[in-house]
Design a binder for this molecule. Structure first.
Ligand SMILES: O=P(O)(O)OC[C@H]1O[C@H](O)[C@H](O)[C@@H](O)[C@@H]1O
Length: 532
């Protein structure tokens, strides 16, 4: 990968406005329609030649070959010796997906059918709590066993016609205490979601929920379900096999919401809507597998990411959905992107010679506009922005509010690109009656440098299908960026050390083990925080 050449291109980038001036059809030439999504990347610094160079880099990195290897069950997660087949969870084509020569689809479909049967029973009241029909469902999980369903349940609130859904993740007792407060144990279903069924936060919260349940009902385990790859451990916890929904280790935690980890979502919106969500993801898979690289949405999104981060040196990325119900999407994408591509060592064991995954963050618009957009417009760093907006909202009586929402979204990307010159700012100050030094001083504060890049993803309406498309789009984008960087996007060794040290610190904090050997700062903090 010729990173130096890409950097040279980034350094020599033309202004975005110059690119528009040079090509009257730039918006068409630098946008892509796939199914009913429109991805506009014309408000970036990418020229035809830069795009060609990036596409050539994608070809050199064998993105197509690696993509096919993923879909066909090769063990591309080399550091864990596993295949990467979360796409099989949403494979609705009827075609087999083979791993080591055997088709994995029968088991996936069987589990999905069991999930649907259980979800229907919870929704129609035929599965009951010991106090009657289930009114509340609590998903206890963290990371990939929390963020996906939590994000999607909020995103798809208009489709939510099942019991109330709650998510508990943090080991901070405040999380579970606040959630349990006011719930009736005898009409609550607790879903313990953990791929490994060893995660300390989840196991601790599950035990707390079990004890809470035991205070009110004679058979607490009867109101527990489990989602995991480790069925022995779910049995040890006492959860009956008929309410255990398993999946295999070739589904990564942050890619797992399409299968059993999505049970809370399925109960909330119903199996049919859940299938629509899968269909959206599956259709994006089909597009990713078949569209030529230059017309391939995940590939282009990845190339924009590589261009901004490794080409132009913009090391952060703001995700700005103009959709209040996508409030948890930035958090979801933080795990997806930063846990997948926050690595320094390439597949071959060598250091990656460039920065890897960007720092991803964001908030829904318009709220962010009144908070951090100041820095995006006038700060000293360039933050590429990824806007998202729907043609339609879900509130037929509030279309005027949706129009305002769209106007704000478009205004931001326009403002970022065109900016406001010093002369324009002077004119505004002159009209306000200022003159001389004061006019000059005030005008400078009102300059917007402009030439700041953004992309806009427009979708018809935030339906389950569209959410599936968007999530699968970002999953594949992360994969393509990972391939180009030469890293394994599917492991997460970087989370281990903190876990190990936390395990060692617990007995030190409780005074069972001495803090000797710890560094001075940690010893001081143990002494200060270990007081009861
Ligand atoms: O689903 P679990 O096994 O409980 O894991 C929950 C989460 O914790 C881990 O530390 C990983 O960083 C995440 O990738 C994972 O999603």
């Amino acid at each position: 990968m010729n990173w130096a050449a890409l950097k040279a291109r980034g350094d020599a980038r033309p202004t975005i406005r110059a690119l528009f001036d040079a090509n009257a059809d730039r918006a068409i030439a630098f946008s892509l329609r796939a199914d009913d999504l429109l991805f506009d990347y014309s408000k970036t610094h990418l020229s035809d030649a830069d795009r060609d160079a990036l596409l050539a880099m994608a070809e050199d990195a064998d993105v197509s070959g690696k993509r096919d290897a993923m879909f066909t069950g090769e063990k591309i997660n080399e550091t864990e010796g596993r295949a990467v087949l979360h796409t099989a969870l949403r494979n609705l084509s009827g075609d087999g997906v083979f791993l080591d020569g055997s088709d994995v689809m029968a088991e996936i479909e069987q589990t999905r059918a069991r999930m649907a049967e259980f979800a229907i029973a919870v929704r129609d009241g035929s599965f009951k709590g010991q106090g009657g029909r289930i009114t509340d469902v609590i998903n206890i999980g963290i990371g990939g066993s929390d963020l996906g369903p939590a994000m999607a349940v909020l995103a798809l609130a208009p489709y939510h016609d099942g019991p109330r859904t709650h998510f508990v993740s943090n080991v901070d007792g405040a999380d579970i205490a606040d959630t349990l407060d006011g719930l009736n144990a005898d009409t609550t279903l607790v879903i313990v979601a953990s791929k490994t069924f060893t995660t300390i936060e989840t196991m601790t919260n599950a035990k707390t929920a079990f004890d809470w349940m035991a205070e009110s009902v004679s058979d607490p385990a009867a109101q527990f379900a489990a989602l995991s790859s480790s069925t022995e451990k779910t049995a040890d916890f006492g959860i009956s096999a008929e309410r255990v929904f398993g999946f295999e280790d070739w589904v990564g935690g942050r890619y797992s919401m399409w299968g059993p980890i999505g049970l809370s979502l399925m109960i909330a919106i119903g199996p049919d809507n859940f299938t629509d969500f899968l269909r959206g993801g599956h259709d994006m898979d089909r597009h990713f597998k078949t569209a030529p690289l230059a017309e391939n949405l995940p590939v282009l999104l990845a190339l924009i990411g590589i261009w901004h981060n490794q080409g132009c040196g913009f090391s952060t990325r703001a995700v700005l959905p103009y959709e209040q119900r996508l409030a948890r999407l930035p958090a979801y994408l933080q795990q997806l992107e930063m846990e997948s591509n926050g690595k320094s060592v390439a597949m071959d064991g060598k250091d990656v010679p460039v920065h890897t995954g960007p720092i991803v963050w964001g908030e829904p618009g318009t709220n962010g506009q009144h908070a951090f957009y100041q820095l995006i417009h006038q700060g000293t760093r360039v933050v590429p922005c990824e806007f998202m907006v729907g043609i339609e909202g879900q509130e037929p009586d509030l279309t005027h509010q949706h129009d305002l929402l769209i106007a704000n979204c478009l205004a931001q990307s326009e403002a970022l690109m065109v900016g406001r010159s010093l002369d324009e700012a002077r004119e505004i100050m002159r009209k306000k009656g200022l003159e001389g030094d004061e006019l000059e001083r005030q005008a400078r504060h009102r300059v917007f440098p402009g030439d700041r890049p953004s992309t806009t993803l427009a979708y018809p309406k935030l339906t389950p299908y569209v959410l599936g498309q968007i999530i699968a789009l970002y999953e594949h984008r992360v994969f393509v960026e990972g391939v180009m960087l030469g890293i394994n996007s599917y492991d997460q060794w970087g989370v281990e050390l903190g876990k190990e040290l936390a395990t060692a610190l617990s007995p030190i904090l409780s005074g069972e083990v001495s803090a000797e050997g710890k560094d001075g700062s940690t010893r001081m903090l143990v002494e200060h925080l270990g007081r009861r």
